[in-house]
Design a binder for this molecule. Structure first.
Ligand code: AMP
Length: 548
């Protein structure tokens, strides 16, 4: 017999409003710190849903957001999907061409945009690509000067009712969407149904997942444009926890102040963010006494960071996931009894990507197509499946064929599994670079470089970098080598791509090493240049964004 209702997001907010009406939601915005409680939040979410109806937005519309982490963005997390629509979060750090592709592909009817991102959006808003967008709403109380025809959010929802007749939705209804650039080619859309977001929320609520409850004060630093900030706005609401949103481009001082002043107990973000905070703490007194846990994911958590937080009395939880997985897959929690292990064994375990959270299954397939032994030595590609793992990309049949098989997602991560069931990423089958939690497409950079008349071959690889985890370095075979060529090439890339995509260095070589089948062998180059001191250029301080 089926249950009485489908698995949808609405009951999470209903419960928080009714059972935790006074719990706070705190937000650092362009105008300073703003705060209210779940009772007021619920009313504003209803006003937003009414405003969308009254603006003539279709009841199954896809709605884009181009925003950092703040309370208004959080209101769209419930107002959009609970009214039957689909929340499409867009990464503002992408090159304009990707943003145009994404908006056109998703046919967004309305776009919410932050004041500080308005100029970036206006620059990318090619009329053809943005033809579906009938309205722009700026997340604030007024609209800064812009060529876009925009309304401000507070006027948009003003005067609407605090009540809304929430529809009974099917769990198969698309509720969210996020594009991933994690593999080659154009970004691929991943749709999240109501059921995927519900089951991800329930699994991450458990102690085997993130284990949140109503005593927690949750601060997602991971951007809300990256896979719903790892689902934390939903999970924290389901738990009745206090939310703290760090707003536009928070720096370590902003994060430290919010932790101290709001009593944050759990926070989450990519390693670069925490390296920045720890560095800031070398010269500044920061009281981390409220902080119980830092969730680190998006890239491997450096053991040094885990150890440093331990010394400060803060537990690090290393997590692995993907856009295709809503996103959380595994967490490196120690099993019962492992607490007694000696230091080095415990740290080695916690530095792994960990154990799959309950509800997911995985297998690891080697090059011969066989499943590997769980001996911590053999490795192969990680395949996963489960209720919150997608089985297809939005309108991309050719990519589906490559990345999915019989309901399994082929992750492109190459892993070993130890006898305790902990996975460890040892390599990446995907030809991409992840810098500060953001993807850089090596193929696009190679094409840009090879467009230069004096370049006969070019390949771009990610080399390890202490702060950004990886930075791109170009290897070029030039038909005519001259001193100015390197600068010309870097300028060429900089014309079409954001600054943080520009390689840290260009190295001239006689020939790009090839595999037996004639493909560029990046593995060889990566190994040869794995020592970052060999690379002349260094990423400028602000080169890569800090997100995931
Ligand atoms: P995204 O879809 O942008 O969330 O990126 C997912 C990819 O990021 C994974 O397939 C991994 O390659 C990488 N990744 C995510 N979490 C981790 C982690 N904890 N350690 C190493 N790589 C990670």
């Amino acid at each position: 017999m089926p249950g009485g209702t489908d698995q949808t997001l609405r009951p999470f907010l209903w419960r928080a409003e009714r059972m935790h009406p006074d719990v706070e939601i705190v937000s650092r915005t362009h105008d300073g710190i703003e705060r209210y409680d779940y009772a007021e939040f619920g009313g504003r979410v209803a006003r937003l849903a009414n405003a969308l109806d009254e603006a003539g937005i279709s009841d199954d519309a896809r709605i884009g957001t181009f925003c950092w982490n703040h309370h208004r963005h959080f209101e769209t997390y419930f107002g959009v999907p609970d009214s039957g629509r689909q929340l499409h979060t867009i990464n503002p750090l992408l090159p304009d061409e990707h943003i145009q592709f994404i908006v056109e592909n998703a046919s967004d009817e309305l776009l919410f945009v932050d004041p500080s991102l308005l100029e970036k959006l206006a620059g990318a808003a090619d009329p053809d690509a943005f033809a579906s967008v009938g309205q722009f709403v700026v997340m604030g109380e007024q609209v800064p000067e812009t060529d876009l025809d925009a309304t401000d959010y507070e006027s948009f929802i003003a005067g609407r009712s605090d009540e809304y007749d929430w529809p009974t939705l099917s769990e198969d209804r698309p509720a969210g969407m996020c594009y991933t650039s994690g593999t080659t080619g154009k970004p691929k859309g991943v749709e999240y149904t109501q059921q995927m977001l519900w089951s991800h929320t329930m699994a991450t609520l458990t102690p085997q997942g993130l284990g949140l409850d109503d005593t927690d004060v949750v601060m997602p630093v991971v951007p809300m444009f990256h896979v719903n900030a790892w689902g934390m706005p939903f999970t924290a609401t389901a738990a009745g926890a206090k939310h703290v949103y760090p707003g536009p481009s928070p720096d370590p001082a902003d994060l430290a102040a919010l932790i101290e002043e709001e009593g944050v107990t759990i926070t989450a973000g990519v390693p670069t963010v925490w390296l920045g905070l720890l560095e800031y703490m070398n010269d500044n007194e920061v009281d981390l006494s409220s902080l119980e846990q830092v969730i680190i994911g998006g890239s491997a958590a450096p053991e040094s960071v885990v150890r440093r937080f331990d010394e400060l009395g803060v537990d690090v939880l290393h997590a692995w996931g993907m856009t295709e997985m809503s996103p959380i897959g595994s967490v490196a929690r120690l099993k019962d009894g492992m607490d007694e292990w000696d230091d080095s064994d415990r740290y080695a375990k916690r530095a792994k990507q960990g154990l799959m959270v309950p509800g997911l299954e995985f297998k690891v397939i080697d090059e011969g197509g066989d499943e590997i032994e769980w001996d911590g030595e053999e490795f192969g590609e990680l395949w996963v499946r489960g209720p919150w793992v997608t089985t297809e990309y939005f309108e991309r049949p050719e990519a589906n064929e490559e990345d999915f098989e019989d309901g399994w997602l082929k992750t492109g991560d190459v892993v070993s599994v130890d006898p305790d069931g902990y996975i460890e990423i040892v390599d990446r089958a995907k030809d991409v670079i992840k810098s500060g939690g953001e993807w850089i497409s090596s193929v696009e950079l190679e094409n840009a470089l090879m467009a230069h008349d004096d370049v006969s071959e070019a390949t771009v690889v990610g080399v390890p970098h202490e702060r950004w985890q990886e930075r791109p370095v170009a290897f070029v075979v030039a038909s005519e080598e001259r001193e100015s060529l390197k600068d010309e090439l870097l300028d060429l890339v900089g014309e079409d791509y954001p600054k943080w995509w520009v390689p840290d260095d260009v190295l001239f070589i006689d020939e790009v090493p090839k595999t037996a089948t004639g493909k560029f062998s990046k593995k060889d180059l990566r190994e040869e240049y794995s020592d970052e001191s060999l690379i002349a250029g260094k990423a400028p301080e602000e080169a890569a964004p800090e997100s995931d």
